[in-house]
Structures are given as C-alpha cells and as structure tokens.
Design a protein around this ligand. Structure first.
Ligand code: NAP
Length: 282
C-alpha cells in the first residue's frame, strides 16, 4: 500500500523552524534575514514566483524586498544594481528571477551575485563548492527532493538512487547531494538505453524530465520511493512526469504534483537566507 509524501506538511515544519530562528534573533537584537529578489521586466511566471517568495517570507518573519527593474535596463545598470545589493549589509540573500531579457548576458549577470548571498546557488563559485562537497547553499529543487526522502527517516547509505534528467538545476546537483548521503547514484537522460530496466533497479526514483505521465508502473521496483519533480501543463492541469495512478500500485511512497517537490522549494530558498547570516557579523 503506497503512502503520499506531502510536501506541504514538510514545508510547514520547516517554516516553523525558520520562524523560531527569526524570533530568537529578534529577542537577541540580532540582524534578521532579508532577501532582495530582482525581477527584470514582466514575465508572468517570474511575477508569480516573486509574489510567492514574498508571501512565504512574510509568513515566517523574513524581511523581503522586491527589486523590480525595467525590461529595457542595460546589462551594465543591472550589474551595478546587483553590486549595490551585494554591498547592502541589511541583505543576507540575493535572488535573480530567470530568464532575463535576451539582450542581457545571463551568465555574466548571475556571476555578479556575491557567493555569500547566492541563496539560489546559481553562481559558478556556488556550483563548484557544491561539487567539492563544501556547499555554501544547496539549490532548492534538488534539496527539496532530498528533504522529502529524508522526511521518511530513510537511511540513504548504499541505496540505489536513479535520477532521470541531467539538467543543471535539478538532475546534476541531485547526483552530488545523494552521493553526499552515501547512496549509489545512476543518472539517465534521453540517450539512456534500456531505461525501464535501469529505473527498475531504483530504491529511490527521481524523475525530472518534463514529460507528463511518462513513467508508469513498468519502470518501478516494488516498494520504491518515487519523487516526481516534473511540472508540465497537460490537459489544462499542472502534471508530473509520473503516471500517479499506474505507479501508486507498486511504489511504497510517492510525491503528488502539485503538493510534492514544488511545495517546498520556496520555503527552502527562504531557509537559505537564514543560513546566509552565518557569513555576517551581527
Ligand atoms: P530540462 O532542462 O527540461 O531537461 C530535461 C531532462 O530530461 C534532460 O536531461 C533530458 O535528457 C531528459 N529527458 C527528456 N526526455 C527524456 C526521456 N524520454 N527519457 C529520459 N530522459 C529524458 O530539465 P529540468 O529543467 O530539470 O526540468 C524537468 C522538469 O522538472 C520540468 O517539468 C520542470 O518544469 C520541472 N521542474 C520543477 C521544479 C519544481 O520546483 N517543482 C523545479 C525545476 C524544474 P537530455 O539531457 O539527454 O536532453
């Protein structure tokens, strides 16, 4: 019999932890976590995301500043604005909504963010540190994946984790994060041969391919934990990469979409803004 891993419940607990850190700091008269979130232009997805960051931050007592910039801003002015945020001692975390307008060199701007404030783990320095086992910040989506598995009190040591998808934001950092937990990790992608049989080895199957309902019960080892990262629009609904109805017959635990991985990512971003405070004097 399968059980659902409820991302919203896990997020609630983390929010309580964040709130008690903030309250304790307030009582001690210490600096509070503060996020500056930069939005260039008016991309609908980014507006939705920045509003949700603000709402969650407010709910846990983390300070939040929206930095809305004109879509025609020059690369130079955008870089200058980010440098100002880097130098602002009241701000512990800087977020940049992506994508940026096409005319702007996205990589260059991302790498202007101070690695001490890079709560979304976007800069080359943050990524390099992650892969050297010295992460300052963990990227939120793969961290959500690992956090959901750990919420089950599973000892990951020696377990077979199969990750579908090798994107820079999910699949690749997830490899490192599961390796850190001493799991045995295999990563699959669009050229992987015998995908079904590789997936069937997995004690934990993580799917991040952006293909709605692609994974059915044929890919699942009985008793596997299945984490669905996918969020595609399918028949008017946000749909995961896993065919829930088919897979639930074989899995021991499974994340829903929505309400699984995505329900946790913003909370983890805000948690990073608290962890960033260790980089500063009070
Ligand atoms: P992505 O950049 O869209 O890349 C897709 C990956 O899946 C690639 O590595 C690709 O292989 C692989 N792939 C595609 N078709 C495949 C197939 N038939 N068999 C095996 N592998 C296949 O990945 P992403 O940005 O990580 O996004 C993946 C999904 O996660 C999307 O639905 C996205 O919306 C969702 N997502 C959700 C969250 C959240 O917070 N819930 C956050 C980020 C992403 P190749 O490398 O060989 O092309």
């Amino acid at each position: 019999m399968y059980k659902i891993i409820d991302g919203r419940e896990v997020a609630k607990k983390i929010k309580l932890d964040i709130n008690s850190i903030v309250e304790k700091r307030k009582q001690e008269g210490k600096k509070l976590p503060k996020i500056a979130s930069v939005l260039v232009g008016d991309d609908a997805g980014s507006i939705y995301y920045i509003n949700s960051q603000e709402k969650v931050s407010n709910s846990v007592g983390v300070l939040f500043e929206k930095v809305i910039l004109d879509k025609n801003i020059s690369e130079e002015d955008l870089i200058m604005r980010i440098e100002e945020l880097n130098n602002d001692k009241t701000i512990s975390g800087v977020m940049l909504q992506l994508p940026l307008p096409k005319e702007i060199n996205e990589k260059k701007v991302i790498n202007t963010i101070s690695p001490l404030k890079d709560i979304d783990c976007l800069t080359y320095e943050s990524i390099g540190k992650l892969f050297s086992g010295e992460a300052s910040f963990l990227p939120c989506t793969p961290r959500s994946v690992v956090t959901l598995v750990e919420s089950l009190d599973v000892n990951l040591e020696g377990l077979e984790v199969v990750i579908l998808g090798r994107s820079n934001i999910v699949g690749k950092p997830a490899i490192e994060m599961f390796l850190e937990k001493n799991a045995t990790v295999t990563v699959c992608h669009s050229r992987t041969k015998n995908l079904e049989s590789v997936c069937k080895r997995a004690d934990i199957l993580v799917v991040a391919i952006g293909k709605p309902k692609f994974i059915n019960s044929n890919y699942i080892k009985p008793g596997a934990i299945v984490i669905d990262v996918g969020t595609s629009e399918f028949e008017g609904k946000i749909t995961g990469d896993v065919d829930f109805e088919s897979v639930k017959e074989k899995a021991s635990f499974i994340t829903p979409v929505p309400g699984g991985v995505g329900a946790l990512t913003t909370t983890l971003l805000i948690k990073n803004s608290c962890e960033a405070l260790k980089n500063y004097e009070d």
